[in-house]
Design a protein around this ligand. Structure first.
Ligand code: NDP
Ligand code: MG
Length: 380
């Protein structure tokens, strides 16, 4: 019995594809979305969950989806999850908006399958402490973290020296700094190797995504920022690597297809047979690797510095970035202004301690308010 939170999104729909391939193994008992009511109605018709939720209440509910229990409003995801009695929760809401759902899933579910990286970026120490205290596995869905998690299965108690997160470099990987500044929404959404939701695709182009993933890896694998490196790897075949103290490096490879890591988390510890495109080394011929360019991708550097600074700084980074990405997607600011908005918030919002979820939201509000001020200044 699995709840798919963020069912209408890129991760949610691919998870449901896996559910439909294994009807004897999975039943989707709870499906949630923000406002995509027609999409959610279709999914409810197909998967027949017990509970469904929409933050934005639609004008009408079609008769043929009324068989399930509906929840509407701001906290509808959490209420639907609690009512569904799901054993597993796949948390695939985008942004800090998914933090409450992750928190609630840790109260009522047996396993939490985590795609929503922003929940760890912002509430990481609290979320991992709660998962540890309640002995609830947090299974990574993000491909890099799934790769590391898979490599760690071969660890046999040995210490890990370094984590190596691979990065495609996003849609603007080979653009000059000047050209990047005025990249359009269309340019930025053309990701070279993955097909994902809008927010994460913009984050890939600015490499803020890799910064968020360093924070995610820090919390999931209890590794300091200094022991997490980023490697640009345009083909997205090596999904990430771990290095041991004897210099040995383990990598997990596969063609880019999120159903790999989603299925691994859903089936864990079993691997679900799946007709994935095999890695054809003869056809690939070579795999390329390079160092990241912090000058063209300042968001990556700012994220690393925010993690090293600690306290509320990762929350500030995330809140300002979410605000700036939203503004870019609505064409309020050029792409090149995203790092400026984030840098301003990191410089202006006072660092605080994060001891509770309320502290997370307070830091997030402060970051968004500062970002909104910068955006107003920049977009007029
Ligand atoms: P999408 O934008 O495609 O989907 C987001 C989902 O969350 C939708 O179902 C959306 O509903 C719902 N949602 C959005 N805002 C809210 C809100 N305020 N409250 C409740 N539900 C909300 O995102 P992705 O699937 O691409 O990404 C989801 C998460 O997974 C992100 O954190 C991302 O970083 C992570 N991830 C994604 C990968 C991918 O391949 N897509 C890869 C690795 C990680 P609606 O449709 O109604 O807006
Ligand atoms: Mg990733």
């Amino acid at each position: 019995m699995i709840a798919i939170l963020g069912a209408t999104g890129s991760i949610g729909t691919q998870a449901l594809d896996i559910v439909s391939r294994y009807p004897d193994r999975f039943r989707a008992v709870c499906l949630t979305a923000h406002s995509s009511s027609e999409k959610l109605f279709d999914l409810v018709r197909k998967f027949r969950p017990d509970c469904a939720a929409l933050n934005v209440e639609p004008d009408h509910i079609p008769e043929d989806v009324k068989f399930c229990q509906w929840f509407f409003g701001e906290d509808s995801t959490v209420r639907a999850l609690l009512a569904s009695k799901a054993q597993d929760a796949l948390c695939a809401i985008v942004g800090i908006a998914g933090l409450d759902a992750v928190w609630a899933a840790l109260d009522v579910c047996e396993r939490v399958l985590l795609a929503n990286k922003e929940a760890l970026v912002t509430g990481g120490a609290l979320v991992t402490a709660k998962a540890r205290a309640k002995k609830i596995p947090l299974l990574p869905v993000d491909s890099e973290h799934s790769a590391i998690f898979q490599c760690l299965q071969a660890r046999q108690g040995n210490p890990v020296k370094r984590l190596l997160l691979t990065a495609s470099g996003g849609a603007l990987r080979d653009w000059t700094k000047e050209a990047m500044y005025d990249a359009t929404v269309r340019d930025v959404l053309k990701h070279p190797t993955w097909n994902m939701g809008g927010k994460i695709t913009v984050d890939c182009a600015s490499m803020a995504n890799k910064g968020l993933e360093i924070m995610e890896a820090h919390h999931l694998f209890d590794m300091p920022a200094e022991k997490i490196d980023v490697v640009i790897h345009p083909q997205s075949v090596v999904h990430s690597m771990i290095e041991f103290t004897d210099g040995a490096v383990l990598a997990q490879l596969g063609m880019p297809d999120m159903r790999g890591p989603i299925g691994y988390a859903m089936g864990f510890p079993e691997r679900l047979p799946y007709d994935a495109t095999p890695v054809d080394f003869y056809k690939l011929g070579h795999l390329d690797f390079a160092a990241p360019d912090y000058d063209r991708f300042p968001c990556l550097k700012m994220a690393i510095d925010a993690l090293k600074a600690g306290g509320s700084m990762p929350v500030v980074f995330n809140g300002a970035n979410e605000q700036a990405v939203g503004a870019f997607l609505r064409e309020r600011i050029p792409f090149g202004r995203i790092p400026e908005v984030v840098a301003h918030a990191l410089g202006a919002v006072p660092q605080t301690e994060i001891k509770s979820i309320a502290d997370v939201y307070a830091a997030d509000r402060a970051a968004r308010a500062d970002a909104e001020n910068t955006l107003r200044r920049l977009s007029c």
